[in-house]
Design a binder for this molecule. Structure first.
Ligand SMILES: Cc1cc2nc3c(=O)[nH]c(=O)nc-3n(C[C@H](O)[C@H](O)[C@H](O)COP(=O)(O)OP(=O)(O)OC[C@H]3O[C@@H](n4cnc5c(N)ncnc54)[C@H](O)[C@@H]3O)c2cc1C
Length: 460
């Protein structure tokens, strides 16, 4: 698991003449991650006296480690393309949020605080500085400018509804209560609990009448039956095409459940890397326990062409072992070539000049169509995101207000939505956070009518 940045971002204890310890806030936001910081900004900009409570000593730890520490915070896609590419059946529910706070607005906000993005691999936007913590700092600075308070070391343990919401918890080491007219729950999922997200909000959602759909790991490494990937632990290949299919069928030959292209990484548990993480969401959505994974290590080279090049290379070095004869071939790492040589089962270390046509065809098959049996994913704590969450049927997408508990709002990963790699999850958290915060402010200040409750039978 990656190390969490220990950089201290100062908290803002008071806002808009509100003393959160003694007075009722208009909006309380629980959790200062991507969604919570934007919820605070949205609420405070709308004029509400807003407090953001964060259990950790510093906010937004996940933003700081996102994208391998470089933070792929958004992408260049417009709202329509974003929803289409998101990779979750509930993505359409994000339309209102993406229009309320778009990727362009995020880029402009960050630019005001000196944080620039750079486009990589098509449409992904990473920090130019290579420091995800810059994004977190910029958002906290914006929160301060907007006039919200940020209280860290404040773990909320219970959320109750009365005339106002009561937030019970430990504030700076003392058990106390806080009050708020409206609450935005932004406590995240179950992934990477060392960053602070351990799923506290789900219990409150259930207690206040919400359905929480089954929680599963998403964007997570796949475990496999074969043992050889573990022997290659740490080895990555930058550009493979991986296809996931039903177990017992060749995923490339039959209609695959999903095909992804990109980096793959062999690990002690099986296989990971961006292409595999995206396929993990397909596996989780399919509900399958086992699946077939085929990997094409050289997707740009046609089989016939590869065969001709292989033959030429093997003939060039007839007295070398296959792995040695192929040294540097298509920039393949020696450990991978040695694995292929072993997997040929051609007896010991076969000499290139003695390799039969059948063995060469098997080698070709390994390069173009290595098969693995996927038997699960790593646990939810190891996923980059959590699939499942507060059910959309009980949430009004235009405001993100609860239809079963008025004045309660949800944003970010706690909602039943999990996207693919490429800045989708953070932008979804930022956008839903902003919309929920702004809506909560409008509700607290009496600017929007009470929602109508959805009968349970009508909830999707
Ligand atoms: C390793 C890793 C890399 C990732 N890389 C990317 C990437 O590059 N691009 C991308 O788009 N997405 C990425 N993601 C996913 C993305 O970071 C999350 O989807 C996003 O951060 C979710 O935001 P959130 O605000 O809903 O939840 P979180 O960011 O998890 O924030 C929840 C906050 O709530 C606080 N909290 C929880 N319970 C309480 C409580 N009881 N009281 C007070 N506070 C509480 C937590 O401490 C935390 O600060 C990555 C995730 C991981 C784990």
């Amino acid at each position: 698991m990656r190390q969490v940045s220990a950089k201290v971002i100062p908290c803002i204890e008071r806002a808009m003449d509100l003393n959160p310890a003694t007075e009722t806030a208009d909006v309380a936001v629980i959790g200062a991650g991507a969604a919570g910081l934007l919820a605070g900004i949205g609420a405070a900009r709308a004029g509400a006296r807003t407090v953001v409570y964060e259990r950790m000593a510093t906010p937004a730890r996940k933003i700081a480690i996102a994208g391998g520490g470089r933070c792929n915070f958004t992408n260049t896609l417009d709202a329509r393309a974003f929803v289409r590419r998101f990779g979750d059946t509930h993505a359409a529910k994000l339309g209102h949020a993406l229009r309320a706070f778009s990727n362009d607005e995020l880029l402009a906000l960050l630019a005001r605080h000196g944080v620039e993005g750079q486009v990589e691999r098509g449409y992904r936007i990473f920090t130019k500085s290579g420091r995800g913590s810059d994004v977190a700092e910029a958002l906290v600075a914006e929160l301060k400018e907007a006039g919200a308070a940020l209280v860290c070391d404040a773990r909320i343990s219970a959320l109750r509804r009365g005339a106002a919401f009561i937030l019970e918890g430990r504030f700076g080491g003392c058990d106390e209560r806080r009050k708020a007219r409206t609450v935005v729950v932004c406590t995240g999922g179950l992934s990477y609990p060392t960053t602070g997200s351990s799923g506290d909000g789900y219990a409150w959602a259930r207690a206040l009448g919400h359905t929480v759909t089954p929680l599963r790991a998403a964007l997570v490494g796949l475990t496999v039956e074969e043992t050889w990937p573990a022997a290659l632990q740490g080895l990555s290949w930058p550009d493979a095409e991986a296809a996931l299919g039903r177990h017992g069928r060749d995923a490339h030959a039959t209609k695959p459940l999903g095909v992804e292209r990109g980096e793959i990484l062999f690990t002690h548990f099986g296989i990971s890397g961006p292409a595999i993480l995206d396929l993990s969401n397909v596996l989780v959505a399919s509900g399958l326990q086992r699946a077939a994974l085929t990997v094409d290590f050289l997707p740009d080279v046609r089989r016939e062409e590869l065969d001709a090049q292989l033959l030429a290379r093997l003939r060039q070095y007839p007295n070398r072992t296959v792995a040695r004869a192929l040294e540097g071939f298509m920039r393949m790492p020696p450990r991978l070539l040695e694995h292929f040589e072993t997997a040929l089962e051609a007896g010991g270390s076969p000499l290139a000049g003695r390799l039969t046509k059948e063995a060469r065809q098997r080698l070709l098959g390994l390069l173009k169509q290595t098969s693995l049996v996927v038997n699960g994913t790593r646990s939810v704590e190891h996923g980059e995101v959590t699939a499942g969450g507060v059910a959309w049927g009980e949430i009004e997408p235009a405001t993100l207000e609860s239809r079963v508990c008025p004045s309660l709002f949800f944003a970010g990963e706690i909602l039943d939505v999990a996207g693919r790699c490429g800045g989708f999850n953070l932008q979804a958290a930022f956008s839903t956070g902003f919309l929920a915060g702004r809506s909560a402010a409008r509700r607290a200040l009496g600017r929007i009518p009470e929602p109508t409750e959805t009968p349970r039978s009508h909830r999707a």
